[in-house]
Ligand binder design. Sequence first.
Ligand SMILES: *[C@@H]1O[C@H](CO)[C@@H](O)[C@H](O)[C@H]1NC(C)=O
Ligand SMILES: *[C@@H]1O[C@H](CO)[C@@H](O)[C@H](O)[C@H]1NC(C)=O
Length: 322
Amino acid sequence: MYLLFYFLGIFNLLLAFAQQPRLIVEMKTNTSIIRVHQCGSRRDLCLNTRGTNTIQSSINMDEPLRAIHEYSNTMLCSLLWNPEPNNVLVIGLGGGVIPRTFRYYYPKTIIDIVEIDPNIVQIAKEHFLFKIDPLMNLFVNDARLYIRSVINQQLKTYDIIFSDAFTESDEGTPFHLKTVEYLFELKQLLSKQNGILVTYIQKDSSDYYNSRQTYSFVFKYNYAFSGQTCNCVVLVSYDNHLFPILTQTQMINNAIIIQENKQFMFNLTMEALKLENDEHKWSNSGTVLNDRARFVATIVGKNYFSFYSAIANDIKPSGSVY
Ligand SMILES: *[C@@H]1O[C@H](CO)[C@@H](O)[C@H](O)[C@H]1NC(C)=O
Ligand SMILES: *[C@@H]1O[C@H](CO)[C@@H](O)[C@H](O)[C@H]1NC(C)=O
């Protein structure tokens, strides 16, 4: 009997040891400190440049298609409007969950990705099963600069844009990827027929209400899907009059058809059920975020800055401008 307890004790000890997060990679460069931790089959990509150990992205190494953070599935609610996109843009690579998952279900869609940090790209490839394929283009650049170059060259438009860029600060999304100028640019990049923007927004960010106000300033329709295990919202935005305004019943009907077609490992209907009518909570309290509020010009260039500020100035905001 004692012996049995003894062995059980050792077993539990070993188990506890195996469950401790282990640091498996640390990459220090002059721009970032990135760490990868593993605990059991779960692997996390953490930013440590400011010492916050913020989790950017996670993967289950045993079942890489089962999302650890629900929002990557929720972001596929954009498919309810646009189930067969020809090309998509992913802003912010992280561990590459969105492009990797999207590629699995959509083998023929062109996926463009813009990521500012080359070290993140290397980590995603080496430790998060992210692979670039012939229908994928990765651009290592600031998202604003990339977007500007596509607009200038009139190269292409996108059927779905996933905006999922993150920093370590408590702001979540970098400020210049939250402003009215950024959203007007993204709008130019959306396909005129069926372009949809989908954005991950942290609800506990200090700019949450301001962000929501900014989106509603630029886009006529904004559907918020609320996370259940995270304090976040996935916002689906467009203002294309050709597009249907979906009721939740229509969303669920679409979800059932798409689910049958794609055999997702998650349940798209459950994601559609996260739709919230929360407009009353923010519509009167947010202010429109604007490049002028911060020195965004140092990132995007002065001429460019004044050009887009002029556009923003031409439009009378419903609320005040930040
Ligand atoms: C890091 O610093 C070195 C030397 O100062 C520089 O040559 C290099 O371009 C820097 N790398 C990045 C990614 O900024
Ligand atoms: C998805 O969830 C809905 C709502 O709970 C349920 O009715 C449906 O059967 C589920 N579909 C699948 C494929 O599991």
